[in-house]
Design a protein around this ligand. Structure first.
Ligand code: ZN
Length: 249
């Protein structure tokens, strides 16, 4: 039998009121059986927890990790009784705290945390633009992999490079992401663009493939001085598209 918990402050949050650090348990209907208990996950202010990774540390010290599914629920067997800890990995500012309720014969506390951090490795390259640097960190956080910078500010045009390159304007970076192929990283940037890029600025994201006219395969990110939106482009994925830029939004 599923365990049902109600969150006292759920309504306030849904109504757009101030975010509370924790949602208090109000009512535990049934908490007897040592079978799969449900932990009901509620929404953060403006943020659904669907797809967010979680880590549940049970009273006996065992750890269960998973991803919050489309129903916004986490299924877990919590026994024997005692303290459990439910943590979420949120690529969010620290002002937004997860609101959770949890069940089982144990009492469960929710904590705001991130279990692992990911870095931007500049490899000695300089990037002057603070916004591009912030974007790179958001890529590391969102994709959960270190960002390896292979080029930043430039005062020259390399072979196969553009005369109007945003590198010359010091608002660009070339990179790869640890744990991702360039293809997968590019797809993920597209999928997560609302999280990674600022809505009031204009960016280009280019995947330079194996047949690139540039120095080698990489992902390029640049910010324009004005405008809004993110345009995704590919170049050199095949021999015939060497040096040919195609919009791939
Ligand atoms: Zn570039």
């Amino acid at each position: 039998m599923p365990l049902k918990i109600k969150a006292g402050k759920l309504k306030k949050i849904a109504a757009g009121a101030a975010v509370s650090k924790m949602v208090k348990l109000k009512e535990v209907a049934s908490a007897k059986e040592a079978q799969k208990k449900e932990i009901l996950v509620v929404m953060l202010k403006n943020v659904a927890l669907v797809g967010v990774r979680y880590k549940l540390t049970k009273p006996d010290g065992t750890v269960e990790k998973g991803v919050v599914d489309g129903s916004c629920r986490i299924q877990a067997l919590v026994e024997p009784g005692g303290q459990s800890k439910l943590e979420f990995e949120l690529p969010l500012p620290s002002t937004t705290a997860p609101a959770t309720t949890a069940g089982g014969p144990s009492s469960t506390t929710a904590t705001e945390n991130s279990t692992q951090t990911y870095q931007v490795l500049y490899n000695g390259k300089t990037i002057s633009d603070d916004n591009i640097k912030a974007v790179l960190q958001k890529i590391a956080d969102t994709l959960e992999g270190d960002v390896n910078v292979t080029s930043g500010d430039r005062n020259y045009v390399p072979a196969g490079g553009s005369q109007t390159s945003l590198h010359l304007q010091k608002r660009a970076a070339d990179l790869s992401v640890s744990g991702y192929s360039l293809k997968d990283a590019f797809a993920k940037l597209k999928e997560q663009k609302a999280t990674i890029f600022d809505a009031d600025k204009k960016y280009e994201v280019i995947r330079h493939g194996d047949h690139t006219a540039t120095g080698g395969p990489h992902i390029h990110i640049g910010r324009f001085a004005t405008g809004t939106g993110v345009s995704f482009k590919v170049e050199g994925l095949t021999e015939v598209s060497k040096g040919v830029y195609t919009l791939d939004n």
